[in-house]
Design a protein around this ligand. Structure first.
Ligand SMILES: *[C@@H]1O[C@H](CO)[C@@H](O)[C@H](O)[C@H]1NC(C)=O
Length: 268
C-alpha cells in the first residue's frame, strides 16, 4: 500500500507538469526565452508534448506506520539457573509419627527401693526327694519296763525288796519278775523312777538300790495321813548290775500306788 501510494502520487505530478508545459512553454533552459520577453511575437499553435521528465529524487522518509498486532505467544524458554538458597522459613507443623526405633542399650541399675509389704502366705511346696539313710536313733537295743504292786506290804520287820505283781511293760525281759530286780544285760545309761504310798498315819522309807548299795532314798510323811515319796535317778550301768526298790525296816506300803519304771537312755 505504501509503495503503491507513492507511484500514484508520482504519476499525478507527472501529468500536472505535462499540462503546464502544454499551455505555457516555459523552461529553465536559457534556449527558451521567457514569454514576457517575447510578448511582441505572434502566438502560434501549441507544440507537441514534451518528453516525460526524469523521475524525481527520493522523497523524505514518511511517518512511522501504525503499531502492528500483538504476535503469537512464543515457545517456553529453557530452565533457568538454580537460584540462591532462600532464608529459613517458619517452623512447620509436627510431622507424622515415625516408626518404632531399635531398643536402646541396657541402662544402669536403679537405686534400691523401699521394703515392700509382707506378701501372703504361699502354697505348700512339692514333696522333696527321699533323703539318705540317717544314723541310728537311740539305743539299738530296746530296754524299758514299768511295773506296779497291787498288794499292801508291811510294815516289814527288816529291809525287804519290794516285789511287783503288775507288769505294764517289760521289753527284752530286763525286769526279772522272780526277783523283782532290774538286771542289766548291756553296758549303758539308764533312767529309773519309782513312787511309793505309805500306810495311814505312818512314815514310810525306801531306797533305790544298786548291787547292795543305797543310791537314793524315798520318804512318805505319816502326818499327811497317807505319805508319798518319789524319786528319779540316772545310772550308768554295766552288764549284770542289779537295780531294785527296797522298803526299809518298820515301813509299810498301801496297795496299788507303788510303781517302778526304767529304760535304757544310751548304749555305751
Ligand atoms: C562293759 O563295761 C565293762 C566295764 O567297763 C567292760 O569291762 C566290758 O568289756 C564292757 N562290755 C561290753 C560288751 O562292752
Amino acid at each position: 500500500m505504501h509503495l503503491r501510494g507513492r507511484l500514484v502520487l508520482l504519476s499525478f505530478v507527472y501529468m500536472f507538469s505535462w499540462s503546464l508545459s502544454a499551455y505555457t512553454p516555459y523552461n529553465k533552459n536559457p534556449d527558451y526565452p521567457h514569454p514576457k520577453e517575447q510578448c511582441a511575437c505572434v502566438i502560434g499553435q501549441s507544440g507537441p508534448p514534451g518528453v516525460p521528465g526524469v523521475p524525481g529524487l527520493h522523497g523524505e522518509r514518511g511517518l512511522d506506520g501504525r503499531k502492528g498486532e500483538k504476535g503469537d505467544k512464543g515457545d517456553k524458554g529453557d530452565t533457568g539457573w538454580k537460584g540462591h538458597p532462600g532464608s529459613q522459613g517458619p517452623e512447620g507443623p509436627p510431622g507424622k509419627r515415625g516408626r518404632k526405633g531399635v531398643p536402646g542399650d541396657h541402662g544402669i541399675p536403679g537405686l534400691i527401693g523401699s521394703k515392700g509389704m509382707k506378701g501372703e502366705r504361699g502354697y505348700p511346696g512339692m514333696m522333696g526327694e527321699k533323703g539318705g539313710k540317717g544314723e541310728a536313733a537311740g539305743p539299738m537295743h530296746k530296754v524299758a519296763f514299768s511295773v506296779a504292786r497291787s498288794q499292801r506290804l508291811g510294815p516289814v520287820l527288816q529291809d525287804t525288796p519290794v516285789s511287783f505283781d503288775v507288769v505294764f511293760t517289760n521289753l527284752n525281759e530286763a525286769f526279772d519278775s522272780y526277783s523283782s530286780h532290774f538286771v542289766c544285760k548291756m553296758n549303758g545309761t539308764y533312767v529309773f523312777m519309782t513312787h511309793i504310798l505309805g500306810q495311814n498315819n505312818k512314815d514310810v522309807y525306801a531306797w533305790i538300790m544298786l548291787n547292795d548299795k543305797h543310791k537314793v532314798p524315798l520318804h512318805g510323811d505319816g502326818r499327811a495321813g497317807y505319805g508319798t515319796g518319789s524319786q528319779t535317778i540316772i545310772l550308768r550301768l554295766k552288764a549284770e548290775d542289779h537295780v531294785w526298790v527296797q522298803l526299809s525296816k518298820d515301813s509299810g506300803l498301801l496297795n496299788d500306788y507303788t510303781t517302778f519304771s526304767g529304760y535304757l537312755l544310751y548304749e555305751d
